[in-house]
Design a protein around this ligand. Structure first.
Ligand SMILES: *Cc1c(COP(=O)(O)O)cnc(C)c1O
Length: 392
């Protein structure tokens, strides 16, 4: 008999009752060190005092009003994001996949308004993940996500990852936009080299193609800059943000330049819940805390510390691990053993990690993880590695 919850997940038999910082408490009383962070969502750990305060203050005042009215909390968060990024304007959503939907619509509308309605083709990359809506699965195009769901929305091409010549060849007079994660998350923590992002920017400029960055996973301080593309010294036309921005409250944002937003006039898009006072109050607090240069400097220091420990871990378990990858606190352990076995051994050792494609184990800890918890994480990962069945 089918479970009451639609069985679309292979769930571990653990349920949590509370969280504090980088720790989660399970029903059975066991404590787990959380290096999954709800998949890069709990950017400031669990029950961060300032977020709890902000959420409860706002909850006592006003949860929801329609977007047919001005929403001051939404305006405040939008202004913060505009102030701290390339963007001139922001639309709020409740998830990452909704930002993919708007990114696609906005990019096509841009060319339509500019008298080139034939420019509808969007270039994406193998291994990409942009969400689960029918548009987002068509964009990423992976067999696993699209099988049985056809017909897919037309207008997407997937290119091999990291092949610059292929991108050059694929851009035609029908190309609308290129969509790319500066660091692939689900695809296995694969950072796009800065040179490639720069080359992509040049190529888009030369061909009038819009550049869309999906920073749903790699953004919000995760790589040690507020947004990952900042390392490359270039900016996109459109950027998708979600996951970390709500610190655990469902919130997403689509950022754009004024030029890219041409045509997004009253009535052209909308959302009932998107940009509600509760979510935006929390989001503004998260952005304030994470965008502080002193906070980001700490992320980089912690990341160096963690990475050094992980390099030693990999060296100590050559039959389990092959290499460390990633940027900042968006880290991956490329495995020789099965990544799912490593994750499972982690449960027994009281440390939570998440798998990714390419046989990678992802480590997405709270950005404010204390140094002592990093040390404890390394101890527990070492235990887990020792208990992991070796590669055949
Ligand atoms: C998680 C994710 C999404 C989808 O976000 P949802 O909130 O699950 O809809 C899109 N893009 C990237 C890069 C992601 O990691």
């Amino acid at each position: 008999m089918i479970s009451a919850v639609l069985p679309t997940y292979n769930r571990a038999p653990i349920a949590f009752v509370s969280g504090q910082g980088s720790w989660l408490l399970a029903e059975d009383g066991r404590r787990y060190l959380d290096l999954g962070g709800g998949i890069a969502v709990n950017a400031l750990g669990h029950a961060h005092p300032a977020l709890v305060q902000t959420l409860s203050d706002q909850a006592a005042k006003l949860w929801h009003v329609s977007n047919v009215y001005r929403i001051p909390e939404q305006e405040k968060l939008a202004e913060l994001l505009v102030d701290r990024t390339f963007a001139d304007t922001v639309f709020f959503t409740n998830s990452g996949t909704e930002t993919a939907e708007l990114a696609i619509k906005m990019a096509r509308k841009f060319h339509y308004e500019n008298g080139q309605p034939e420019r509808i083709q969007i270039i994406a990359f193998e291994g990409a993940f942009h969400g689960r809506s029918t548009g987002a699965i068509a964009a990423a195009g992976s067999e696993k996500m699209v099988k049985g769901y056809g017909p897919l929305m037309p207008g997407f091409t997937q290119l091999k990852w990291g092949d610059h010549d292929a991108i050059r060849a694929a851009i035609t007079d029908q190309t609308c936009a290129v969509i790319i994660e500066p660091v692939q998350g689900e695809g296995g923590i694969r950072p796009v080299p800065d040179q490639c992002l720069k080359g992509l920017r040049d190529l888009c400029d030369a061909t009038g193609t819009l550049l869309i960055f999906d920073e749903v996973q790699c953004g919000m301080g995760r790589t040690g800059r507020l947004f990952a593309h900042e390392w490359a010294g270039i900016t996109p036309d459109i950027m998708m943000v979600a996951k970390g921005i709500g610190g655990g409250f469902p919130l997403g944002a689509l950022l754009a330049t004024e030029r890219a937003a041409t045509g997004m006039t009253a009535g052209s898009h909308g959302s009932t819940y998107g940009g509600n006072p509760l979510g935006c109050a929390v989001g503004a607090k998260v952005v304030e805390l994470v965008s502080d240069p002193a906070f980001l400097a700490e992320v980089n220091r912690k990341a160096a510390l963690f990475r050094q420990g992980l390099e030693a871990l990999v060296a100590a378990h050559p039959q389990v691990f092959e290499a460390v990858r990633g940027e900042g606190l968006m880290l991956g352990l490329k495995c020789r053993a099965l990544n799912t076995d490593v994750v499972k051994a982690g449960y027994d050792a009281g440390v939570l990690t998440v798998g990714a494609a390419d046989n990678v184990v992802r480590l997405l800890p709270a950005l404010n993880i204390p140094d002592a918890d990093i040390a404890e994480a390394l101890t527990r990962l070492d235990l887990a590695a020792s208990a992991t069945p070796k590669a055949a």
